[in-house]
Design a protein around this ligand. Structure first.
Ligand SMILES: [Zn+2]
Ligand SMILES: [Zn+2]
Length: 172
């Protein structure tokens, strides 16, 4: 379906003509934008949440279940930022990186995207080098168990650690 891309649009709520960038996109219509501007849509949404708190919780829960990867990306980025870590990665970039990854990049175990509780198979974003900033070239998607074991080590240090253990095993 060829989308019509107008430059401006009149908001059906505030009746103002605004640049098309002031409208949220939607993919299910021929004109790929909502009829109300972002400002009006946000205001209506805040009001709706206030009047429908339980429905809102339920919607969030459903959204989380049907968008586990996207939910994880938002959560992971915010979590790192909350810790004061510089994150030079956007949700979209992270989502693009992980979208086809279903196994831990270190041990190969299947990642559980659908389990909301933390388990050994939960996905975690790990920095390859802990001194460098978090950007798309410095991350790996690994399972919670690998991340706990690798801990603060760089990838190189972690491999050296594994080799050390194997060497000890072979000696005995
Ligand atoms: Zn408006
Ligand atoms: Zn793993």
């Amino acid at each position: 379906m060829q989308k019509i891309q107008p430059k401006t649009k009149i908001c059906t709520v505030c009746k103002k003509r605004k640049s098309i960038t002031k409208f949220y996109k939607r993919n299910d219509r021929r004109i790929g934008y909502h009829s109300r501007c972002k400002q009006c849509a946000d205001k209506l949404h805040v009001e709706w949440v206030k009047n429908n708190p339980l429905q809102n919780l339920d919607n969030n829960r459903k959204w989380k279940i049907s968008n586990p990867k996207r939910y994880w990306c938002n959560k992971t980025i915010n979590h790192h930022k909350d810790y004061g870590i510089k994150v030079e990665i956007t949700t979209i970039e992270l989502l693009n990186y992980i979208k086809d990854i279903d196994n831990c990049e270190l041990c190969g175990k299947e990642i559980s995207w659908y389990n909301t509780k933390t388990s050994l198979n939960s996905p975690t974003m790990d920095r390859i080098n802990n001194e460098d900033v978090i950007d798309i070239s410095n991350i790996m998607l690994i399972c919670h168990q690998c991340n706990t074991t690798k801990n603060v080590r760089t990838l190189k240090e972690f491999y050296e650690y594994c080799e050390l253990i194997l060497k000890r095993r072979d000696k005995t």
